[in-house]
Structure formats: C-alpha cells, structure tokens
Write a protein that binds this ligand. Sequence first.
Ligand SMILES: Cc1ncc(COP(=O)(O)O)c(C=O)c1O
Length: 468
Amino acid sequence: MKNTYFDLVEQSFYFPQEGFDLKDGYLTFHGVSLKYLIEKYGTPFKLVYLPRIGEQIKRAKNLFNRAIKSSQYKGKYHFCYCTKCNHFHHVVSTALKNDVNLETSSSFDIDLIEKLFIDKELNKSIFIIHNGYKTDEYIQKILRLHSQGFKNSVIVLDSQDELDRLIRIANGKKIKIGIRMAINEEPQSSYYTSRLGVPPDKILDFYENKIKPNANLELKMLHFFVDSGIKDSLYYWGEFQKGVKLYNKLKKVCDTLDSLNLGGGFPIRNHLGFEYDYEYMIKEIINNIKESSVAAGVHEPNIFTEFGKYTVGESGATIFQVLEQKQQNDSELWYMVDNSLMNTIPDAWSIHEKFILLPINKWDHEYDRVSIGGISCDHSDYYNSEDLNQQIVLPTFPKEEKEPLYLGFFHTGAYQDSISGYGGIKHCLIPSPKQVIIDRDEKGNFIDFVYRNEQTVEDMLNILGYSD
Ligand SMILES: Cc1ncc(COP(=O)(O)O)c(C=O)c1O
C-alpha cells in the first residue's frame, strides 16, 4: 500500500485546518490557490494575505472585551499594533482600518506616523506608545507630535537617564510618560535581567524622587514585556504577577497612573499541531489583574497590548521550488530551493525560529526525511527541523518528473523583511550608518572619505511604500 504525504498529515494533525486546505491536489492558503500564484508570478516569491491581519485584530479585541465584560472588569482594553514587526504601508494601513493604536520603536517611526496623518489614515486621538531607546532625535520628533496635538502619545521610559534627556529637550512642556519594568529572563537565557527597562526594585524610588516632584510629568503607564511570549507557564505568570503587584504599589502613590501595558508576545501557529487557548489566557490575564487590584484596593488599570507577530505573522508566506535533489549519503537527502533561507526567513537561522513548512503539490506521493538547502554558499543556509520535531518530511519524487516540487514556509509575515533588510529597510527602522572608506595614497599616507551617508528617512519610507 502506498503511504502518501497526505496520509501522514491526516494521521498526525487535523487537516484541513484554518488557512490550509487542498484543492485538486494543490495546497491553498486562506482559500487562495498557490498553484495559480506560482503559474502567474513564478517562484520564489513572498506573499502577504492582508485579510488575516484584520481577523487577528478582531479576535484579540473580542476576546479581551468579552473577558472584561464577563468579569465586570472596570478598565478598558486598547490594542496597539507594534510597527517594528512589519512597517510596510499596506500592512500598517490594514491594521489602522481595523481601529488599532500604534507602538513605535525609533525616530523614523514618527515620520511614518506623520505621513499616515497627512494621508488621513489616522487621527490625533490615537494612542501612540513610544518604546525603544530614546535618542535626542527620537525625543524631538515625539515632542513634535505633541505640539501637533497628538494628545495620547505616551513616552515609555527605558531607563532613568532617559528621563533627564527628556526633561532637558522638553524644556518645560507637559508630557505623559510610562515606565518599562525590566523583566528577569527565562533560566536558559544568556543573561539574567533584561537590558530593556528599569529594574523593578528601583521603580518606586525613581517615581518618588524624579517624577513626582516634576509637575510637567504625568505618569500614566507601567509597561512590561515578557519577550519569550505570553505562555501558560510558571515563568510567565511569575513575571506577570511581579508587574501587576508593582502597578498596584505605584498606583497607591500615583493618582495619574491608569494603564498597564503587557507588551507583545502573543504566539502564532508555527506548526500544524499548534494548540494555544487564546480565550483561556486572556480570561486568566483579566481575572488575575482584577483579583490583584481588588485585593490591593486600587482601581483596575486599562490594559494595553502591543502584539506584533500575532497581528501580522500569519498573513505571510514564502514560496520556493525545489531546483535539485542531492543525496549526500545513505540517509541525507537535500532539497535545494531557488533562493536563500538566510535571506528570506532569517529568523530560522539566527534564533532557530520555526515556521509551518508544507509542500504545495505532490501530496499523493510517498514521503521521506529531507533537509532544505538554500543556494547561498553559507553552510548555515538550511532548514531541517520543526518545532517539537527534529526532522522534516516532504514528498519524494523522481528527478525526471516534469513538474517541480513547490514548497511554502507559512506564517512568515513578522520581522523577516526588516531583519533580512528587504530593499534596504532595517530592523526597528534604525538607519544604516554612514560608510567610511580608508586607504593609503602612493606615499603611504592615510586617506579617508565617506562612501555613503547615513540612510535617510525618505530612503526608508520609500521602500516601505509611504512615498507620494
Ligand atoms: C516593546 C515591544 N513591544 C511589543 C513587541 C512585539 O512583540 P511580538 O512581535 O512578540 O508581539 C516588541 C518586540 O520586540 C517590543 O520590543
């Protein structure tokens, strides 16, 4: 009896499942025929399925609002889209059409917001949460937003020194601020306390000594972000409780404080067996905050989230064809694809991120264990394990078969373009620094000159689709 790839998937997972199905033997993604796209555009290509963004936003908002209602929670929920995850105009614009607030991470982000405002894609009452390291330029631009009337812009302090810079540059203007609480990382991390934020044991003194005495500062928000994700684990709930307790203590001495920001970290499906109970986690979050606030006798905070990967991850896919099969020894078969994995899904190489990998065709073929190789010359340009599975299996096919095998990496919509520098964009929109060339002249003296200046806002926004 023939044991097909389809049989294997059907025995191992629920299939078809949300987003994935077969039509006439070819894989569809959210009902879109990948065969049609391959025939139309040829491989390799990346795709973004915009409607998924709206679906994800609506689901999170509904679940939070339902949990708030059922537990008679007194605060409100605000969904922010974290732009660093995917800055492209078509993505941010789609998120804004679904009524989101925004989170920024560097100076160029503010230019992006101003452009969206000029184009009437957002208004001045939107919440804008400013995270990231505050350079003078970033602070100046945030203050520019304030003077234009963006009344809900909140600067989340990443360190105590940042406040001194902010006060100097604001020069007497009133500012809404937040404080980011530094979290302790998971035990397997290579450092203990995150460099991002102010250590929790310093926050109360920081407030009493530096913020409270300054009438121009209004503390609105406590922020913490467990970057390994919002998981139902002892570690997550430990950091979460630390944040909630600190909020309650701070609230008792600070009247203006009214919001708790849980950051990002909502997971997405990275294998077909993924099971995560979003509803349960959200209910637990709301109930835990409520219980803790009631016990401490403080008003329940408004809740902010800054979900990036959750918002856009599942909208993306990267499609390749197998150019060649290489049997390097008895057990190792390589499928060489028509691009570089390091360049298209860099997180797979750098942080061993896993994506859903599926064949587009040949589901009725038998299968074997394979490794995927990219065509760059780098030995790290490969992919050969899945989440919870040390091997990947894909359909086998005779080399002489006319139709190539097509493969898709799915749910690649977050971070991959900025990390790989698509077209010249950069992670968090931090511009490429200037390039200085050094040489020696005929007499042996040093000469130096600038080959390229620092990347400009216009360069970056052009690539991202914000030009006129
Ligand atoms: C401050 C902050 N908020 C939100 C996010 C988004 O995280 P995620 O994409 O995991 O939701 C990040 C990501 O680095 C972040 O640094």
